[in-house]
Design a protein around this ligand. Sequence first.
Ligand code: IPM
Ligand code: MN
Length: 352
Amino acid sequence: MSRGYRVGVIPGDGTGPEVVREGLKVLEAVREGFDVELVAFDLGAERYLRTGEVLPDEDLETMRGLDAIFLGAVGDPRVRPGILERELLLRIRFELDQYVNLRPVVRYPGVRTLVPSHAEGDVNFVVVRENSEGLYTGAGGFHRKGTPHEVAVQESINTRRGVERIVRYAFELARAPGRRGKVTLVHKTNVLTFAGDLYQRVVDEVAREYPAVETDYVHVDAACIYFLDQPSRFDVIVTDNMFGDIITDLGAMIQGGMGIAAGGNINPEGVSMFEPIGGTAPDHTGKDTINPLAAIGAMGMLLEEIGERAAASRVDAGIRFACSKLHSMRAGEMGYTTSEVGDLVVEGATAS
Ligand code: IPM
Ligand code: MN
């Protein structure tokens, strides 16, 4: 009997549906020896504007029974900032306890990036971003809002359990095949003397259990310099939620742009969700000009996570092939339409 998976699909807003379409096209092309049942979710700005609902509890319950989720993008200029982000995207991450935000930063051959030519070595690392706490919990509040004496407090919550599980994930990853056995903590321990101290102590403790893994520490601001100047010093970076959000946008730029940056929101014991990290790109919506490689890469990560390694490596081969053809990773400058880029990936994935 062939293996079967149930995969949720949230096309979402903006260019989300266009890139999801290409991701599913590639899935169909590389699928061999297993079946996938797609479970579509009508979630995002349209649903919210139509019905006022952001994420009904029934949808969340359905998600709990899936093998994985494939997400396009959420966000819309017509919806007040924070509603879709917090109540849809972050709610799924939190409720499904997807505590790892895994963001590979890899430059494929031939891709032009922000990295200057004098930089040492190549770009091939992965950011393990804590995805369940830190500044993202929504802890804090206003006092005397709207008055001249207004106070806004936004607290960073860091639990021993939360820090330990993300640090352990990073150490395990560092010794996985293809990695170079190095974990770098990125934080701001010289100023954030509580949260940073907890992270550093946990890294030191866990490191004792992994004598073969080298550990390093870099302040987050310095990490931004090294991303451009010496990217090869990184193998696995572990960092908190907010720093991870920020440095992975720079990470995207050193791998060629938001058009190629994929990520996974992972619960190693539960349901994980994969997405291109670039957002909704309203200027490109509906034009067949957006780069689908990030979404296709997210599909590759999804296949890897559910254990379909052969299919995942076909996706990777397809992306490499497409990268060798595209003029640029930027939307509208690729030299191909969105669907043609999907076709290139299929061609590269199925050649041999
Ligand atoms: C990301 C996004 C989200 C985040 C937003 C949309 C809430 O920027 O996935 O990086 O900050 O995590
Ligand atoms: Mn972000």
